[in-house]
Write a protein that binds this ligand. Structure first.
Ligand code: ADP
Ligand code: ZN
Ligand code: ZN
Length: 746
């Protein structure tokens, strides 16, 4: 057997994770030493015995082996919470490819110990009776503030400093004087920061329907029996009561003395979500997200470890909350892109949740109105338990959907961005004082040019992505730099109506002012939500019916509940179809379905208008019918045919290089290595190397290599081999990144 080495971090204090020390593993401990285990090692010049955590085990070392010290023994205490975090970090590193440090930093997010927050309080030094006497004495001397303070302390032994200053209106000087006289004492006490500023606990609990109860029972039964590690997928139409199901499951999990992680997409953590959880769980629930200060984040981790909270709500990073006895991980809007990390390790929260759950003996619940192809595919294979919620509770019904063919509108003389159907319905809503949401789906599709008569999109001949129009009248490919003058006529049908889709949210707002002067409009996009809390302000203003129409980008379609909205207009549904990305159809279907789900959430039924240049596209057709199954069957057939995820797996290798030829050469050597040296993977598909679709970014040249195989672990092996190769041939000004089942094209 070859010599094995353990990478050990001596001090788990988060700021020290950068320092890793290597030790030799004695033969008799070979089985017992693995990532996450605590070991005793000699440390420093005096070889003092210290406890450390193993973060990696390998057969390689950069040190002269004879100089290396030995691991002394394995700690008997069993796997600690920290050890489990390290196990997860190791798993991230090996499954997704990253450095040990980057993986550790991912699971131990707040690296610097934060100063505790201090709360001041006022204590009385005398007995209740003596304090009362002192109060009377002060009153006699017309020292009213002092008298007020002492009278308040007659019934309470201590009072919060803030309350004394604000409610009792006693100045700091007065308090100091009282302290000098020996009547009171001002003390400081360390406490955790609590980012939850909600206090309303009045809850209107609906009576659960049989479907909801059945799902809750099934998941809870699994938690109780300890047949853990199961994954449950709840496919429920928008507004079908999924959140009630999550609340019900979490409630019973807490009753078993366990804790819960509630994942939501970053953008959806609204006051509304938090409020529902707070009403049910009070101060036992907390949040974690990027708007928290470092101190707040640190304290939430400490609160979780100390057993002060039972539920954490947050985006994907909340997965790494170190609860002592995790019972369930719930992942709402499971299909959302933001669950995939875009920095190394490029992990997906779904897969990571499943891994964490199996390590901790917890269950996983995934929920969505439009499950990802990945999740649904696995449910169909029987790997996940599938539940369906097809109806909304109460009188609320799914909306009626109309499709408007924008080519036809133009042919019949309507050049407005509002088709006739949408305009009529908007007028009707304004007169009935009901609300409308207009949705413009335009993530990254600025300025593409299409024919208004036939729908033809001007694309780059080299990249299969749409060209963008520039002011000087040229069409440019943002990816490869290809340029061409904008033709006078459509190359397909010779129509002169070849133009850029200029309608940004701002232009939509202007058009509303022009065509519906009496309407009150709110706009929500990247520009209007830049400031902290502006997002919340717009949403609550709209919820309070301060506006008739809300115009926005995809950020408005995420899970909000506006009972006053009875009309949703999708201005140009196909904007998200014009991408050379195998997920474009899925994304379009999801956005359209979710957008449609915003209509008619209250008592009144809703209507949806989908405007599009491609009314025959299957994503549009199935979304209009709210037919997930139909869409899934068509989409999965396409993925099967082309060998795309989830049917096969894909590994993207991104090579960034200062010198163009160097990057290209490295890509070629990698492809060669895979073809010649990895015989066992002969059925591996290797595509490239090719220039990345964004070929150059901040003067770094980018090349990609795409690999596909049915078995994920084969790709992990390839990644390991390539990583090793890169380490041996390391070059300055060159980086290699791995991305499994990528969500974006490079
Ligand atoms: P989802 O998470 O699927 O969008 P929610 O749980 O938010 O659905 O439920 C949508 C609305 O229906 C909410 O206002 C919720 O209070 C209500 N609701 C949920 N379950 C029931 C039920 N069993 N009976 C009555 N109303 C319910
Ligand atoms: Zn045309
Ligand atoms: Zn191009």
């Amino acid at each position: 057997m070859t010599e094995q080495y353990a990478d050990v971090i001596i001090d788990i204090a988060h700021e020290k994770v950068d320092k890793v020390f290597q030790y030799k593993i004695p033969i008799e401990l070979a089985q017992a030493v693995y990532p996450g285990v605590r070991v005793h090692v000699p440390f420093g010049r005096g070889n003092q015995e210290k406890v450390g955590y193993v973060v990696d085990v390998s057969g390689e070392t950069d040190y002269p082996a004879e100089k290396m010290k030995m691991v002394l023994r394995v700690d008997e205490k069993g796997m600690s919470a920290e050890g489990r975090q390290i196990q997860i970090a190791y798993w991230l590193k090996s499954q997704y490819g990253s450095t040990t440090i980057a993986a550790l930093k991912t699971v131990l997010p707040v690296r610097q110990k934060q100063k505790p927050m201090e709360k001041k309080k006022v204590l009385r030094c005398l007995s209740a009776k003596e304090t009362a006497q002192a109060a009377i004495a002060c009153a006699g001397k017309h020292q009213r503030a002092k008298a007020r303070m002492l009278a308040a302390l007659e019934t309470e032994e201590e009072l919060p400093y803030e309350l004394v200053r604000q409610k009792l209106n006693v100045t700091a000087a007065t308090l100091l004087a009282l302290e000098k006289q020996g009547y009171i004492k001002i003390e400081k006490e360390a406490c955790y920061r609590n980012p939850v500023k909600v206090t309303d606990r009045r809850e209107n609990r609906p009576v659960l329907n049989p479907v909801q109860r059945q799902i809750i029972d099934a998941v809870v039964k699994e938690c109780k029996e300890g047949t853990h590690g199961g994954v449950h997928l709840v496919h429920g139409v928008t507004g079908s009561g999924k959140t009630e199901v999550y609340l019900g499951i979490i409630e019973q999990v807490i009753a078993m003395g366990k804790q819960a992680i509630m994942l939501i997409p970053e953008i959806a953590l609204t006051y509304q979500t938090l409020l529902r959880f707070y009403k049910r769980f009070g101060d036992r629930v907390s949040v974690m997200n990027s708007t928290l200060s470092a101190g707040e984040k640190y304290d939430q981790i400490e609160r979780a470890k100390a057993g002060e909270i039972d539920v954490i709500i947050g985006p994907r990073s909340a997965l790494f909350t170190p609860f002592p006895n995790l019972g369930v991980i719930v992942m709402d809007e499971e299909h959302e892109n933001s669950y995939k990390s875009e920095t190394s390790p490029k992990y997906h929260a779904r897969e990571t949740a499943v891994q964490i759950a199996s390590l901790c003996g917890a269950s996983v619940v995934l929920g969505s109105a439009t499950p990802s192809l990945e999740a649904y595919y696995r449910a169909k294979l029987g790997q996940y338990q599938l539940y369906k919620m097809k109806e909304r509770p109460g009188n609320s019904v799914l909306p009626t959907v109309h499709i408007t063919d924008l080519r036809k509108e133009l042919k019949e003389g309507n050049r407005s961005i509002f088709g006739r159907k949408l305009r009529n319905l908007m007028e009707e809503r304004l007169s009935k004082k009901e609300q409308t949401i207009l949705f413009l789906n335009r993530r990254g599709y600025a300025g593409f040019v299409s024919c208004r008569a036939c729908g033809h999109v001007m694309k780059c001949p080299h990249c299969d992505v749409s060209l963008s129009e520039h002011r000087d009248g040229t069409l440019t490919c943002h990816y490869c730099g290809f340029q061409v003058r904008k033709p006078e006529k459509c190359p397909e049908c010779a129509s002169p109506y070849l133009m850029g889709f200029k309608a940004g949210t701002e232009q939509v707002e202007e058009a509303i002012h022009r065509e519906f002067p009496e309407a009150r409009v709110l706009r929500m996009d990247a520009d209007t939500t830049r400031k902290k809390e502006s997002y919340e302000k717009i949403l609550s203003a709209f919820a309070d019916e301060e506006a008739d129409i809300l115009v926005g980008t995809q950020m408005i379609v995420k899970g909000h509940d506006f009972p006053g909205v009875t009309l949703v207009g999708v201005l140009a549904a196909d904007l998200s179809l014009n991408r050379s990305d195998y997920r474009a159809g899925e994304r379009t279907f999801q956005l359209l379905t979710q957008a449609a789900g915003r209509a008619g959430r209250g008592e009144r039924p809703g209507e949806v208008v989908i405007q599009t240049y491609q009314p025959e596209h299957y994503s549009v057709v199935y979304a209009a019918r709210q037919d997930y199954e139909g869409f899934y069957e068509e989409e999965i057939a396409y993925r099967e045919l082309l060998g795309y995820p989830p049917v096969e797996h894909m590994l993207a290798v991104l090579i960034s290089s200062r010198v163009q030829e160097e990057g290209e050469k490295l890509g070629e050597r990698m492809a060669e290595l895979i073809r010649t040296k990895m015989g066992e993977t002969s059925d591996l598909r290797v595509i490239g190397p090719a220039e990345a679709s964004i070929g150059k970014l901040s003067d770094w040249y980018r090349h990609t290599l795409y690999l596909r195989h049915g078995d994920y672990q084969v790709l992990v092996k390839v990644k390991d081999r390539l990583e090793y190769y890169c380490k041996e041939h390391e070059q300055r000004e060159q980086t290699v990144q791995f991305d499994f089942d990528p969500m974006n094209t490079y």
